[in-house]
Structures are given as structure tokens and as C-alpha cells.
Design a protein around this ligand. Structure first.
Ligand code: NAP
Length: 259
């Protein structure tokens, strides 16, 4: 299926690795020109080269910290009128809420709630004026089923989700949709780092910890960032113009509920 987004411009946040990179690649495969943002120039350039080689589209990179106003301004200067915005960022640390002071909370809210809202604020009116826009926020399966040690993530991402639920109904009449994708366990650097840490803490071999996690996934495997990206590309397609304010769980069946 031709997704109807060839030639569109996409600003993809936190896109040098993992889920963000998966989204950038899938959008580029559909012919969208992509601007990738992350902090580390070397991995960004590597991801950009990989996507250029695989697709032949124009790929820009911006090496900045998205949680800073200067970083966001630089990203928007490189891609001033995106048709597609994929909001993503590093996740907050795990821990016990008794140890988190105001500063820790503000950092999490800044990264996983306020940065996406700022980027939406800067881009959504242009999308409305041009009568096309697709905004996808990468959140977490923890929005649907909170993970106790990830309280910072649960709180910040659910705040973003509530905000989006209101806004998404105000933009769709202009062919601007806003949706969230909720990843379960995907094989990325961050997730494998967590497994390494769990192995060190428990004294179990990494492979065993990974297998224990896989046992919680009915699909019998971790997710692949490329399949995550393909879902993102569909939500960004011309065909998906009647879908807004939704939360798409992609978790290999891990969430056990009926709805
Ligand atoms: P990843 O593979 O480690 O990639 C993270 C990306 O974010 C990298 O490109 C990183 O590049 C960039 N980044 C981090 N902080 C940034 C900042 N302040 N400004 C700009 N770029 C930044 O991580 P991932 O697994 O794809 O996770 C993406 C998001 O999904 C995270 O919020 C994570 O918590 C959430 N999530 C992931 C899973 C999973 O199973 N993988 C499950 C649920 C939720 P630099 O470090 O160079 O900046």
C-alpha cells in the first residue's frame, strides 16, 4: 500500500537509535524526507547514513538535547514546517518515589511531557494551515498498565496522554491527527541496558534475565524497532486521517486485558 506521504517532511525526535530510528526508517521508506534529532553526533550520522543508503531520501541531522529550549529551536530551524512530528525522548530512571525530589520530577516532566507539548505547540498551527499533519508521540505500555518502579515515567507520560486526548479532537477537522504509540518490550539499547542491570543486581546471567522477560510476552520474543516504525508510518499515512486521540499498544500480547 502506498501510504501517500512521499515528499512530506518529518521531524523525528530521539531518532539515532531504537524506536525513534525505526520510525525514521519506516517514514523514509515511504519517501518522506526525515530530520533526525539526538544528542550524539556520531550515532546520529551513522543512523542517517543507514537511512540514506536504504531509501535515497533526504536525511538531515541535528545534534541537540531536545529537553532544552535551544535544542528544540535548533531542531525546528532544521525542519521548520514538518508535516509529520514524531515525539520521542530518553525515558526517566527507575526507582522509589520516596527518593525523588521536585527537581527529579521536573526533569521527567520536562523530558516526557513538556518537550513533546512544546514541539506540538510550535508545529501544529502550520499543519492546520497546510491541511495536513500527523503527530505521533512515543509513550509506553506503562500508560496502560503502570510499572511500579517506573513512577516518573508513569506520571509524565500519562500527563502527556491526557493533554493529547483533549487536543487531538480539536485538530482532526483540519486533517491533523495526534496519536500515541505505547511500546511494550522492544529490543533496543535502553531495554537491553535494563536487562544487563537486572542481571547484575540479581546475579543471574543476562541470557536468563532476557528469557524471563520474554516469558511475559505471548509473542515469545521482544519487539523489533522496525515493526514499531511500520505502525508509526501507517498512523502517519494519508489513509489514517480518521484516527486521532488513540493509544496504540504494541506489545506482543503482553497486556492481558480485554480492552
Ligand atoms: P534507545 O534505543 O536507547 O534510543 C534512545 C534515543 O533517544 C537515542 O537516539 C538517544 O540518542 C535519544 N535521546 C535520549 N535523550 C535525548 C535528548 N535529551 N535529546 C535528544 N535525543 C535524546 O531507546 P528506546 O528503547 O528506543 O526508547 C525510546 C523511548 O521509548 C524511551 O522514552 C523509552 O523509555 C520508551 N520505551 C521503550 C521501551 C522499549 O522496550 N524499548 C518500552 C517502553 C517505553 P542520544 O543518547 O545520542 O541523545
Amino acid at each position: 500500500m502506498d501510504l501517500g506521504i512521499a515528499g512530506k517532511s518529518a521531524l523525528v525526535c530521539a531518532a539515532s537509535k531504537g524506536l525513534g530510528k525505526g520510525c525514521a526508517l519506516a517514514l523514509a521508506k515511504e519517501g518522506a524526507n526525515v530530520t533526525l534529532v539526538a544528542r550524539t553526533p556520531a550515532t546520529l550520522e551513522q543512523a542517517a547514513e543507514e537511512i540514506r543508503k536504504a531509501t535515497g531520501v533526504r536525511v538531515n541531522i541535528v545534534a541537540v538535547d531536545l529537553t532544552t529550549p535551544q535544542g528544540r529551536a535548533a531542531a525546528l530551524a532544521a525542519c521548520p514546517n514538518p508535516d509529520i512530528l514524531v515525539n520521542n525522548n530518553g525515558g526517566p530512571p527507575a526507582g522509589d518515589f520516596r527518593e525523588w525530589d521536585r527537581e527529579v520530577w521536573i526533569k521527567a516532566l520536562d523530558a516526557n511531557m513538556l518537550t513533546p507539548i512544546e514541539l506540538i505547540k510550535a508545529t501544529v498551527d502550520g499543519m492546520i494551515a497546510r491541511k495536513f499533519g500527523r503527530i505521533v508521540n512515543i509513550t509506553s505500555a506503562a500508560v496502560k498498565a503502570p510499572i511500579p518502579i517506573l513512577g516518573l515515567s508513569n506520571g509524565a507520560r500519562t500527563g502527556l496522554t491526557g493533554f493529547i486526548a483533549g487536543l487531538a479532537r480539536q485538530t482532526i477537522m483540519h486533517n491533523v491527527t495526534i496519536n500515541n504509540i505505547l511500546p511494550g518490550l522492544f529490543q533496543t539499547e535502553t531495554m537491553m541496558g535494563r536487562i544487563d542491570a537486572m542481571a547484575r543486581q540479581s546475579g543471574k546471567p543476562v541470557e536468563q534475565v532476557a528469557q524471563d522477560r520474554i516469558k511475559t510476552i505471548p509473542a515469545g520474543r521482544f519487539g523489533d524497532p522496525q515493526e514499531f516504525g511500520q505502525l508509526c508510518a501507517y498512523i502517519c499515512s494519508a489513509q489514517a486521517s480518521f484516527i486521532t486521540g488513540q493509544n496504540f499498544l504494541i506489545d506482543g500480547g503482553a497486556y492481558p486485558g480485554t480492552l
